[in-house]
Write a protein that binds this ligand. Structure first.
Ligand SMILES: [Zn+2]
Length: 365
């Protein structure tokens, strides 16, 4: 399709990244894909003890720029194996349990080579009491069934602490001509993807600074990997990439009252607020206008719940920015984003860091 030829980003890399399981603390399979792609063009690629993975160009340059996208996703964890062979689960990150009912899942067992397919069970509607039909399901009410009926059999395959993800893979919504994609954990593997693609473009554009793309870990359980990785890099400039709520369809429009209008396909979102350096925000806007990159603005009157928060509070407070990708159905397995927004985010970030020159110009006032 002609439309797709305009995109700088690699759909193949995105597809294989999103198809890996990557719950917080268990990001390994996604990290392997990210690292392999980074090794094709970065000067140096490495992973720290925490699990954060760094891809660097010009490592010896005096000005350090950090681009952070968290590679973890929400998931579940086996907490108990019951005598009937069912698995009790706890949440890794913030789930809406209503979304979990009826899903297929993969138990990522350390005892088996392949993931174990299971389902999330619930009593049939015929036997739900009227009060049960009315009330919201809680995670404690749910269980995972892997098709076995005894604790002993299940214990041979599954261990307490094994992570679980919903079995849901990357796809393209064909009516959109492949522009709108659906996947699980697009929050925020799309951010980890964007920062690495921005690094690749920055290299093509001949950026002179040391630029670190970082696939940070454990954001969904309290913004942890950005803290440790920013401490290591000690960046002068730190830009986080995350997803933000789109407020443009169905019941999501109710969000508009709270966050204003954010639409899929209308460009990446530049956040403004005390968490973000105002001079960097101005530079993003200027670059977007000059380069014909569409963008949307979002107010962040408090600390953002993103890696940008950890970055800004690192050491003596780097020049911090946040670019977000509009996302529908956050924290459900059918998150939607528009690839043009992703591509434009990559361009906006890469072109902005080529313009960073005198750091003293970023002193806010
Ligand atoms: Zn999230």
């Amino acid at each position: 399709m002609a439309e797709e030829e305009k995109l700088f980003i690699s759909k193949d890399f995105l597809r294989s990244l999103l198809n890996q399981p990557s719950p917080s603390g268990f990001e390994g399979p996604a990290v392997v894909v990210w690292r392999e792609y980074a090794e094709k063009f970065a000067d140096k690629v490495f992973t720290d003890y925490h699990g954060n993975t760094f891809a660097v160009i010009n490592p010896e340059a005096p000005v350090r720029v950090m681009l952070a996208g968290h590679i973890d996703e929400i998931g579940l964890m086996v907490t108990q194996i019951a005598s009937d062979g069912s698995l009790k689960v706890g949440a890794i990150g913030g789930h809406d349990p209503q979304v979990l009912v009826g899903q297929r899942v993969y138990v990522l067992s350390s005892k088996t080579e392949k993931p174990i397919l299971g389902v999330i069970g619930r009593k049939p509607i015929h036997v739900l009491r009227p009060d049960e039909k009315e009330k919201a399901v809680k995670i404690e009410d749910l269980w995972v069934d892997i098709g076995l009926n005894s604790k002993e059999e299940v214990q041979k395959l599954v261990e307490i602490g094994d992570p679980i993800v919903i079995a849901y893979s990357y796809d393209e919504l064909n009516a959109s001509g492949g522009k709108v994609i659906v996947g699980r954990g697009i929050d925020d593997r799309i951010g980890a993807f964007t920062v690495l693609e921005a690094l690749r473009l920055a290299k093509e554009l001949g950026v002179k600074h040391a630029v670190y793309a970082v696939a940070t870990v454990q954001e969904e359980i309290g913004i942890r990997g950005a803290k440790t990785s920013a401490y290591r890099i000690d960046p002068h400039v730190g830009i986080a990439v995350d997803v933000t709520f789109a407020s443009d369809i169905g019941g999501l429009k109710e969000l508009e009252k709270k966050i204003g209008e954010v639409k899929l396909g209308k460009g990446p979102v530049i956040a403004r607020g005390p968490n973000l350096n105002p001079k960097l925000v101005e530079l993003f806007k200027r670059v977007a206008s000059e380069e014909d990159i569409p963008y949307q603005l979002e107010a962040a009157p408090r600390a953002t719940g993103t890696d940008a928060n950890a970055i800004q509070l690192t050491r003596s407070g780097p020049i911090t920015g946040l670019i977000s990708i509009p996302n529908r159905y956050m924290h459900s397995p059918c998150e939607l984003v528009n690839l043009e927004d992703v591509d434009n985010a990559v361009k906006l970030i890469a072109k902005t860091i080529t313009r960073i020159d005198k750091l003293e110009e970023f002193v806010p006032f």
